[in-house]
Design a protein around this ligand. Structure first.
Ligand SMILES: Nc1ncnc2c1ncn2[C@@H]1O[C@H](COP(=O)(O)OP(=O)(O)OP(=O)(O)O)[C@@H](O)[C@H]1O
Length: 689
């Protein structure tokens, strides 16, 4: 296969075989091109929600391994310097996703690389016509590539004079950019010597004054991680200055470099912001992406704006993101548990993070989707996307863990699903749900508590209540067991606590349900482990933070079967302590009736009363287990029949005798001694009547 040249005909041929490069017969440069194209495809697919973040990370990893020779190569033809933008992105991803692979490149050392400097020097010496294109600057709909702009419009390569102008400007400003870069021939000087941008005339202005303004405006619209004064020089500029990929830098196009813009900051723009683009650059990227037709939608957007450049999906998301107000408390619909789809970061309905919405079926016909769960914080782990300011200090992996493992994705729960506990339900509605729904009315003294404690025997519906609160107040439900915090993330527990509260703050209103909270907030003892102490301290700090910030709508619901073990300081912070006792007769009846109403059952009222009577001392969970056991009775009685061939209507209804047998195996799980303990603690610290 020929090495690509800058001849349009050759380029056309070359592009045809561009994605068919498979064997060792292709040149290193072609391999490098393929590598780059793959990375771009993955990036775009990721940005467009076509693949998940995990999938993207895996693909990055795969390609990194496959093309490691290219990634770490010093070869001026194929090495890093052509592809550093993606390689650095990759390096960052890999640091997060794999301990095994590590690129020798970092954002700090790349400018010092001899090859980069050599290429910069080489680029200066080369005439543009000598430079071979790697990225083809091409109008998206033509499917052909061009390297140097002047003259190509005559060949019909550009679809419009304006595009030709743009590329002409590109080529020219590439040369100018080179001069900037190489004077005084040190990469370091670059970071401090580039003057602030002005919207004055220059090369671009010469070709199209209005265009120049647009270019400038576009720069303003895509700051780097919100830092508007940071220069948006693409690393392409470095590599392409000698590669003539028609990617360019003009001094008019460079936003002001603050004197203290450090190398790292500059490299954020280089490594991360390939999409923070000098519009001169974008058509060149488009050439690759338009081979992948799924990205063609971006064109129309640019056409609408009257500017024939290409804005990547990621850029568009970024711009959309910046337009929206951030960190504002967000009202969510009533009774929307299981029906709200939010994205990380308050105030966003569909930001960059919204792309990772898991495919949960709609359950209520609500267009918001079928689950309370939010998309995971892909954005937080995505070095290319803006993240909620508050999440920047949190490890992306932790955010991901929280979104995946802690955020509850279960079905909605209504108050009617919880039998009995009328007092607790009424109290919770009054002090928690209503204030969360109407923060405008429940202000000052009426403001909701930030922490409540549900205590009582196991299996009485504490978790159900937690879910129901989240559901009824339209809040995000985070559910975590304290013991998993202390054991699962050994040494990371306090970080997890911090991350949990931070994510919850981004997802307000939020309910953080902590089961077995006693193991997190147990009283200090002699043998208390250092890590447990740190977790507890962090939790209290966070709880105080949630308490003191009046704007935060985060409710911590702790649940415990051992309230007596809770530390005094923690107890004080969980201001409402509600006893969730064993279900009374009426509640047990409600549970049986409700469960049996969904089954083929022949129980009459007297039989139900009998079951209720016999189940005295059963918890809600015990009652559920009793009904499950009884429901197996009709199947067991099918002895002689073949279960594989039987028709559903041949299974007899559940009868009282099935309950009688079930009572022989299901026993109450709570002892009367334990009950006494709860009663006593309730009288001392509980908020019941
Ligand atoms: N009051 C109730 N009404 C209806 N079902 C209940 C009730 N209490 C418990 N259940 C049933 O028992 C199951 C377990 O309840 P849940 O997990 O809420 O109890 P819990 O008090 O949180 O238990 P634990 O203290 O062991 O965590 C529920 O899924 C539900 O099927």
């Amino acid at each position: 296969m020929d090495t690509p040249t800058h001849s349009t005909l050759h380029l056309s041929d070359w592009q045809k075989s561009y994605f068919a490069v498979t064997s060792g017969t292709c040149t290193p440069r072609q391999k490098a091109d393929e590598y780059r194209a793959k990375l771009l495809r993955v990036q775009y697919a990721w940005a467009n929600s076509e693949i998940s973040q995990v999938c993207a990370a895996n693909l990055f990893k795969k390609y990194a391994e496959k093309y490691s020779a290219i990634i770490d190569s010093d070869n001026t033809e194929t090495g890093l310097n052509n592809y550093a933008e993606n390689v650095l992105t990759l390096a960052k991803c890999q640091q997060n996703d794999s301990d095994k692979w590590q690129s020798a490149l970092t954002t700090d050392n790349v400018l010092e690389l001899k090859c980069v400097q050599e290429r910069m020097q080489a680029g200066k010496n080369l005439h543009p016509a000598q430079r071979a294109p790697a990225d083809a600057c091409v109008p998206a709909d033509k499917g052909v590539s061009a390297s140097a702009a002047p003259g190509l419009s005559k060949l019909g390569v550009f679809s419009s004079a304006r595009e030709a102008e743009l590329c002409a400007g590109s080529a020219k400003c590439a040369r100018q950019g080179l001069d900037i870069l190489q004077h005084p021939s040190s990469s370091k000087s670059l970071q401090s010597s580039v003057p602030p941008v002005t919207k004055t005339s220059g090369t671009l202005a010469a070709s199209s004054p209005s265009l120049n303004e647009q270019v400038h405006a576009d720069f303003q619209a895509t700051p780097l991680f919100g830092s508007k004064d940071t220069a948006s020089i693409s690393l392409k500029m470095l590599s392409n200055s000698c590669d003539s990929q028609n990617l360019s830098l003009s001094n008019q196009s460079v936003p002001a470099w603050s004197a203290n813009s450090g190398k790292r900051k500059a490299f954020y723009s280089l490594a991360d912001e390939g999409s923070t683009v000098n519009p001169c650059l974008v058509p060149c990227q488009a050439s690759i992406m338009t081979e992948n037709s799924s990205f063609s939608g971006n064109r129309s957007r640019n056409e609408e704006s009257g500017f024939p450049s290409f804005r990547t999906a990621k850029e568009q998301l970024w711009v959309d993101q910046k337009k929206k107000p951030q960190n504002l408390p967000q009202r969510t619909p009533v009774s929307s548990y299981g029906g709200v789809k939010k994205s990380l970061g308050a105030g966003r309905s569909r930001g960059p993070f919204g792309k990772f919405v898991p495919p949960v079926p709609k359950q209520d016909g609500n267009e918001n989707g079928g689950a309370q769960c939010k998309p995971h914080a892909g954005g937080a782990a995505d070095p290319l996307l803006p993240v909620d300011e508050r999440l920047k200090s949190i490890e992306p992996k932790m955010v991901e863990l929280i979104m995946h493992e802690i955020m509850d994705h279960g079905p909605p729960v209504n108050w009617d699903d919880i039998a009995g506990v009328e007092f607790a339900k009424a109290t919770i509605k009054e002090i928690v749900v209503w204030p969360m729904l109407r923060p405008d009315i429940f202000t000052g003294l009426r403001g909701p508590p930030k922490g409540i404690l549900l205590f009582g025997p196991p299996g009485t519906g504490k978790t159900l209540i937690g879910k129901c609160i989240a559901c009824q107040s339209g809040a995000t439900f985070f559910s975590i067991s304290a013991s998993s915090l202390t054991s699962k993330w050994v040494g990371e527990g306090e970080k997890m606590v911090r991350a949990l509260f931070t994510v919850a703050r981004c997802q307000q209103p939020a309910v953080i349900f902590i089961d077995e909270i006693d193991s997190l907030l147990s009283q200090r003892g002699e043998g208390e482990h250092e890590s447990s102490r740190r977790i507890k301290t962090e939790f209290l700090v966070q709880l105080d933070g949630a308490t003191t910030s009046s704007e935060d709508r985060i409710l911590v619901v702790g649940a415990t079967n051992r309230p007596q073990e809770i530390d005094e300081a923690a107890r004080r912070r969980l201001v409402k302590r509600l006893y969730i006792p064993l279900p009374e007769a009426s509640a047990r009846k409600q549970i049986v009736t409700r469960l049996m109403s969904k089954e083929h059952c022949s129980l009459n009222d007297e039989e139900i009363e009998l079951i209720v009577k016999k189940s005295n001392g059963f918890s809600g969970a015990d009652m559920t287990q009793l009904c499950r056991e009884a429901s197996l009775g009709p199947i067991r009685s099918l002895q002689s029949m073949d279960i594989a061939t039987i028709m559903p209507d041949q299974v007899r209804p559940i009868a009282f005798l099935d309950f009688e047998s079930a009572f022989r195996t299901v026993r109450p799980s709570v002892s009367s001694k334990d009950l006494e303990l709860y009663e006593t603690w309730n009288q001392t610290f509980g908020c019941g009547r």
